[in-house]
Ligand binder design. Structure first.
Ligand code: HEM
Length: 85
């Protein structure tokens, strides 16, 4: 199945399954770092994007996706060039 950006909007509601996606666990042992992780990751990516020009290697490569244990791209290469200070 391909990626559906509108998945969390109303037309898809009938397909939602409670607890289908729980990257930080559920219940009493829910991850204590979930909040900090979700803030820290975009900050790290923003820092990298600000400091480098990022291109896929080769530039024509199309990302391949997998869904287990959480949605992620399969192994791919990027090239970092042009360091901006
Ligand atoms: C993307 C990053 C992270 C993911 C996907 C993640 C995921 C998880 C998962 C699946 C659990 C187990 C929940 C369970 O047993 O039901 C867990 C537990 C835990 N995580 Fe994370 N975690 C992340 C980052 C962090 C960070 C940054 C911290 C600390 C700063 C942290 C602290 C903890 C602690 C203390 C527990 C144990 C909670 C307990 O047993 O009561 N995690 N995490």
């Amino acid at each position: 199945m391909s990626y559906v950006p509108d998945w969390h909007h109303a037309p898809y509601q009938e397909f939602w399954q409670k607890y289908a996606y729980a990257p930080y666990g559920i219940g009493a042992h829910l991850c204590l770092g979930a909040g900090i992780a979700e803030v820290q990751f975009p900050l790290n990516v923003a820092m990298l994007l600000k400091q480098f020009d990022v291109t896929l290697d080769p530039p024509s490569y199309r990302l391949k996706l997998a869904n287990n244990p959480t949605p992620h791209p399969l192994k791919f290469k990027i090239k970092l060039t042009g360091i901006h200070h």
